[in-house]
Design a protein around this ligand. Structure first.
Ligand SMILES: *Cc1c(COP(=O)(O)O)cnc(C)c1O
Length: 457
């Protein structure tokens, strides 16, 4: 696509904010390639990429987004009402479920869903160790025990071949995380869940609009949980949602999220009476207004992310030592909250990942090493040693050293050392931007020896 035409397309699809300016050389085509640009920036060469190259996140389009938000602000109705109802209707429609309930964030979406699936003390929940800490905190918050199933390093997801060995008498559920916005091996997981009568809850916080066999992620299990935190593909600052086709479950989730009041009652119904135990984690009208503005862009952005990710991955796989993600054959679409690959230092003359990241950042490509291993972090031990857990479990059940031995995930430990991530906003760039990422890594590969000499003398 020609730059001018492409810009028009992005404007129409709402991908570019008015503030995101295309650098002048992009209008002409390729950047000038002076010999100085052949030298890695970390060694004093000139980087080809500027910070303005990347789409600024979150996107806010003054012209189109502010009307609905201002209406809400000026109405003075800020607690849950019609705008939240509308957003929930739209989100259920988007995911293809009959119901949606918004909550304050993705962590609470998971916590409420686990709670109302009647999972609690004594129950084990199978989960990947390669996830955001919130997945595990939601399990612990309900007094359940997370049981870690090691990952498949090629897909970055839970290895379903290792699931059955982890099932015990106490296993009650699988938290199916679609980490990085890449669908997990859901087809296989559902078979296992059916065979062992396990509840499936999807952590789809990073995977809105991803699909398996043309069915939306989040619509497979009892419940699908989403996050609208600022970095997520739908950015509201904070926010979350539970989707489901189970009306009884959703009625209870609604009541639980609103102090145990009956379904449908929101605010100003002081006399209606609570019929069950609950908490209060309601979404606000202004969050819903921002959400509706962001939702208008999600489909076209997801399309672009998929195209750019496929293109970038087709380039990067040609560089020795760069191993891009793989998708399961059943995946018809991913969400690409992140673009991941594995980095092998031995193909880069022993240049460490930390120094590779440093060199790539110097080129102007924002990148990170992603998650550190979760299953060995101190918060799980702290939960096991808490007064609360000691009332729920026997001493034997809480022997942390035994738990640790049973929950080792060596492939995940390795993945945490090897992974490199690009955030989703990079994938909203042009095809030429993907070329620039590729060329930067090529340059580092070519000059790996010199970079290593400089950074690890
Ligand atoms: C972001 C995220 C959450 C939690 O969502 P918040 O809105 O930040 O509370 C849970 N799980 C995963 C995989 C996430 O990425």
């Amino acid at each position: 696509m020609k730059s001018a035409k492409r810009r028009q397309f992005l404007m129409q699809s709402g991908i570019l904010s008015a503030a995101a300016v295309i650098p002048s050389w992009q209008k002409k085509g390729f950047p000038p390639r002076s010999s100085n640009q052949q030298i890695p920036a970390i060694l004093g060469g000139k980087s080809t990429i500027k910070a303005e190259n990347w789409v600024k996140w979150p996107i806010w389009d003054k012209e189109n987004d502010e009307k609905i938000l201002l209406e809400v602000m000026r109405s003075g109705v800020w607690s849950r009402a019609q705008t939240v109802n509308l957003f929930e209707k739209e989100w259920a429609k988007t995911i293809g479920t009959s119901r949606c309930l918004t909550v304050v964030n993705g962590t609470q979406a998971l916590t409420v869903a686990i709670n109302q699936a009647h999972l609690g003390p004594g129950d084990e929940i199978l989960v990947t160790p390669y996830t955001f800490v919130a997945s595990i905190q939601a399990i612990l918050a309900n007094g359940c025990i997370p049981v870690f199933v090691d990952i498949n390093p090629e897909t970055f997801q839970m290895d379903t071949l290792k699931v059955e060995a982890k099932i015990s008498k106490r296993t009650k559920a699988i938290l199916a995380v679609h980490i990085l916005g890449l669908p997990c091996d859901m087809v296989h997981l559902l078979e296992i869940a059916k065979k062992h009568q396990l509840i499936v809850i999807e952590d789809a916080c990073q995977a809105p609009l991803a699909e398996i066999n043309h069915q939306q992620i989040g619509s497979f299990g009892l419940a699908g949980c989403f996050s609208f935190q600022n970095s997520k593909n739908i950015a509201i600052g904070e926010g979350g949602a539970i989707v489901s086709n189970d009306h009884g479950f959703m009625d209870r989730c609604y009541s639980f999220h609103n102090l145990g009041l009956p379904f449908g009652i929101a605010t100003g119904s002081i006399n209606s009476g609570s019929f069950m135990q609950g908490t209060k984690v309601r979404f606000t009208e202004y969050q819903a207004a921002i959400g509706l503005a962001q939702l208008a862009r999600l489909e076209s952005q997801t399309q672009v992310r998929n195209e750019r990710a496929a293109y970038l991955s087709s380039l990067l796989k040609n560089i020795p030592g760069i191993l891009p993600y793989q998708l399961y054959p059943s995946v018809t679409r991913a969400a690409f909250h992140l673009f991941p690959f594995r980095y092998n230092p031995s193909e880069f003359k022993g240049l460490s990942r930390a120094h590779f990241l440093q060199a790539l950042q110097a080129e102007g490509v924002p990148c990170s090493g992603g998650y550190t291993a979760l299953n060995t972090q101190v918060f799980i031990q702290e939960a096991f040693e808490s007064k609360h857990f000691k009332k729920l479990y026997t001493e034997e059940e809480l022997t942390y050293s035994t738990y640790m031995n049973q929950n080792q995930c060596p492939l995940n430990d390795q993945l945490c050392q090897e992974a490199v991530w690009f955030t989703q906003n990079l994938l909203l760039g042009s095809k030429e931007d993907m070329d620039l990422i590729f060329q930067s890594i090529q340059k580092i590969h070519r000059e790996a020896e010199s970079i290593k000499k400089k950074l690890q003398p």
